[in-house]
Write a protein that binds this ligand. Structure first.
Ligand SMILES: [Fe+2]
Ligand SMILES: [Fe+2]
Length: 166
């Protein structure tokens, strides 16, 4: 099991989103790389990945709202489908599923969703922003995990000290 490196052809042009995508790739690669390590390491990395995906989606959705993005609802539906799989991974992590099985779930999630979603759904949002300067200004920076929790958008369970440090 291998997950690819983040490459420049995945850049959307929205710097904050691109930065978080880089983190997602880094974390995903880390999870899959620790497979030979102690199971607790796998669970720890998996929990972080789950939280980071939730954080990233919520930050993107807030940005789309601020931008008045016309395709917000369909983009959100895509996120919700992925969230279902991610929550399955969360449950499996909490239940301490056999690490090899858990890693397989994660690999499938990454293969099925990450690349198609970035290219097919996130990129059009970034393109919309670049064509609508006022929307850009309205979005500003992506919100931090702490700000999203304070706004009641993100569950506090997805706050980890590391989230803001990435
Ligand atoms: Fe994204
Ligand atoms: Fe997205």
């Amino acid at each position: 099991m291998e997950f690819p490196e983040f490459t420049d052809d995945l850049l959307t042009g929205f710097e904050g989103v691109d930065r978080q995508h880089r983190v997602l790739f880094k974390v995903a690669r880390k999870v899959l790389a620790v497979r030979a390590a102690a199971p607790e390491e796998v669970f720890k990395a998996s929990s972080f990945l789950v939280s980071y995906v939730h954080y990233h989606f919520t930050a993107e959705e807030r940005a789309m709202e601020m931008a008045g993005y016309p395709r917000l609802e369909s983009h959100k539906r895509q996120h919700d489908l992925i969230r279902k799989d991610v929550d399955g991974i969360r449950e499996a992590t909490l239940a301490r599923e056999e690490p090899q099985k858990l890693l397989l779930r994660i690999q499938m999630l990454l293969d099925d969703w990450f690349l198609p979603h970035i290219n097919g759904v996130d990129r059009p949002f970034a393109e919309y922003l670049s064509q609508n300067p006022e929307a850009w200004v309205a979005v500003g920076e992506l919100a931090s995990a702490r700000a999203l929790i304070d706004e009641g958008r993100l569950s506090p369970e997805h706050a980890t000290d590391e989230l803001d440090d990435q």
